[in-house]
Design a protein around this ligand. Structure first.
Ligand code: SF4
Length: 224
């Protein structure tokens, strides 16, 4: 019987991306293979910081809420991808729309790709302060070709935008699948960064997303 390390399960609205504003259940798995300097879910980075739950426990917690839209996030959920497959199968039987967020460093297995409706891949730029880029290069080709992925880039300064342009060229990312969003811990910071992000997106044909949870609650808050 597969078990999952779970940081939190909560009901809210999707705060960013193309499903912005939709009521959704969030399943945050604990454990991440990266350590981005600006990470706003530091409480979920160590796998053992979460609770080890059975598939039935996770499923019954999810079914307490009225939505049929789930966002599997982390941490890095693909660290537990084999254990996730039985849960996602059950959720598909229940007609859930499944979004899965990943940092793009781990390639998803094909049995998982089949079950996920939308991948939100968030490749890390140099602003994440990682010792070296960590990428599963094929993730771009696999997911982009199946039209299942959006590529969300976290922007801090205008120089990040040039790095994003390089990524888009290097991995042949479709521009309408590229989403720019501000890194921020406060609404002031969020809005200030959004101003220059919008201008760049207009010139390149990228999308932009605000981050409702930052605007409303601020960064680093659990359960929102
Ligand atoms: S990949 Fe995501 S969860 Fe992991 S450290 Fe970076 S921002 Fe945090």
């Amino acid at each position: 019987m597969s078990k999952l390390w779970v940081s939190e399960i909560f009901y809210s609205v999707q705060g960013e991306g193309i499903h912005l504003g939709k009521p959704a259940i969030f399943l945050r798995l604990s454990g991440c293979n990266l350590r981005c300097v600006w990470c706003d879910t530091k409480y979920a980075l160590d796998m053992k910081s979460g609770k080890c739950m059975s598939l039935n426990e996770v499923l019954s917690e999810i079914q307490r809420y009225p939505a049929k839209h789930i966002v599997v996030t982390g941490g890095e959920p693909l660290l537990q991808q084999l254990a996730l497959i039985p849960l996602l199968k059950e959720l598909k039987k229940l007609n859930f729309f499944i979004e899965l967020e990943t940092n793009g460093s781990i390639e998803p297995v094909s049995n998982l790709v089949k079950l996920v409706d939308q991948f939100n891949v968030s490749p890390k730029l140099s602003n994440a302060g990682l010792p070296k880029p960590v990428l599963a290069k094929s993730i771009y080709h696999v997911l982009a070709s199946k039209c299942k992925a959006y590529f969300k880039f976290v922007v801090i300064s205008p120089s990040d935008l040039l790095e994003i342009d390089d990524y888009v060229t290097k991995y042949y990312l479709p521009r309408n699948k590229v989403i720019l969003m501000p890194q921020a811990m406060t609404s002031e910071e969020h809005n200030k960064r959004l101003l220059f992000i919008i201008e760049h997106a207009k010139n390149r044909g990228y999308r932009v997303t605000p981050r409702l949870q930052i605007i409303v609650y601020g960064g680093g808050i659990r359960g929102v």
